[in-house]
Ligand binder design. Structure first.
Ligand SMILES: NC(=O)c1ccc[n+]([C@@H]2O[C@H](COP(=O)([O-])OP(=O)(O)OC[C@H]3O[C@@H](n4cnc5c(N)ncnc54)[C@H](OP(=O)(O)O)[C@@H]3O)[C@@H](O)[C@H]2O)c1
Length: 358
């Protein structure tokens, strides 16, 4: 499973599909060690695969093709997969059937599929006489697939709110100047995050004030390979000459103030991970709606004393009513600090592996 997780990480972080890895091992598990040889020797790898993004073969199918290319017979083999094999036909066929058809005897997976449309692969496999063991390395797989699993499970994107502020939480000085509060390393980091998300959203207010391009750029200024969808929320028009209309991801304007409308528009474009970069009133609306899964707070050691705060009035009048996140990670970026906080960072409990019936 460690190897399968390593393979899964090679897939793209963005896109509607999860990052999944699969390793096919010779033999079933006579001694309870999946794929392990009875004498304790490492199991022979027949094939490996991972998912490279929507429309390309799933990890299981890639591993079966790899085994075939190596001339290996996979009948009686064990498939170790980071996610329960899917049971549905989307852009590609169902993996549970592909594994059963190929004669795989035992499937070991980490996470159950949270996507209602694709779940049920374990049951399909069991019905075809394949032994199934779930929950192996579930915590690690859960962390790798946290964004995707959250979004797929509830049908709306995982929302990361980004703020770049002075130490006293301000996003601009009293005269409106805001470039740049944070330093080059923090800004480069923010661009790397844009290259990993599906969409970036800002309000019309920020478009009119700052004219952002909302592109993912490399440190040399060139455009990264993946460009996020650009979402603007608010009723005013996006000016014809706005940088948002220049090179980069497609532009979608949501003429509304409702958080639900933005999330629905994003979901309609298959957005799993949405990065919101302002402004303050919309950040407050998101927090008040309980729609923020993760906060990326870039803090610069500069003090402004006046100017707009990163988050507008939330309607909180007493401390106990304030939304409180938990710190997941702190990173130093040059002179600045990035605080990554999450609504619920607790990893899923490492469930004991579950066995199939067959
Ligand atoms: N450093 C940072 O991290 C950062 C990030 C973003 C912005 N900023 C700065 O913050 C300042 C203010 O930005 P901003 O004008 O975008 O802030 P904002 O107060 O959040 O935006 C207000 C506008 O957003 C639209 N909007 C959409 N949904 C809304 C909702 N639920 N509630 C209220 N308004 C909603 C409305 O536009 P319509 O009237 O068109 O409907 C509204 O006029 C700018 O100077 C910008 O430079 C800094």
């Amino acid at each position: 499973m460690d190897r399968a997780l390593e393979l899964a990480r090679r897939g793209p972080a963005h896109g509607p599909n999860p990052r999944v890895g699969c390793v096919l091992l010779a033999g079933a598990a006579p001694d309870g060690v999946p794929g392990g040889a009875p004498d304790g020797a490492p199991a022979r790898v027949l094939g490996e695969g991972y998912h490279r993004g929507a429309g390309t073969p799933h990890a299981e199918v890639a591993a079966l093709a790899d085994a075939a290319a190596r001339g290996h017979d996979v009948r009686g083999a064990t498939a170790v997969v980071t996610l329960e094999p899917c049971a549905h036909t989307g852009r590609t066929g169902p993996c549970a059937h592909a594994l059963a058809e190929a004669g795989v005897a035992h499937v070991v997976h980490a996470l159950d599929d949270p996507n209602p449309a694709a779940a049920g692969g374990a049951a399909v496999l069991r019905a075809r006489g394949v032994r199934v063991t779930g929950g192996v390395r579930a915590a690690e797989a859960g962390e790798l697939l946290r964004v995707w699993a959250t979004a797929a499970g509830r049908g709306t994107p995982y929302v990361t709110l980004k703020t770049a502020t002075s130490l006293d939480g301000r996003v601009a000085a009293a005269d409106g100047t805001s470039r740049w509060i944070t330093g080059p390393q923090a800004r480069a980091h923010a661009h790397a995050v844009r290259a990993e998300v599906d969409a970036v959203a800002v309000t019309t207010g920020t478009v009119l004030a700052d004219d952002p391009a909302l592109t993912a750029r490399r440190p040399d200024g060139s455009l990264a390979e993946h460009q996020p969808l650009r979402l603007v929320v608010g009723r005013r028009d996006v000016p014809g000459g706005a940088r948002l209309r220049g090179p980069g991801g497609p532009l979608v304007h949501v003429r509304s103030h409702a958080v639900a409308d933005l999330l629905a528009a994003a979901a309609a474009h298959e957005v799993r991970h949405l990065l919101v970069e302002g402004g303050p009133a919309f950040a407050a609306a998101l927090l008040a709606a309980g729609a923020v899964d993760e906060l990326h707070a870039y803090l610069a050691p500069v003090v402004l004393g006046a100017g707009p705060a990163a988050v507008g009035d939330l309607g909180v009048t007493t401390l106990a009513a304030a939304p409180r996140l938990r710190t997941a990670r702190v990173e130093r970026l040059g002179d600045d600090v990035l605080l990554v906080a999450r609504r619920d960072p607790a990893p899923p409990p490492a469930a004991a592996p579950t066995e199939g019936d067959s």
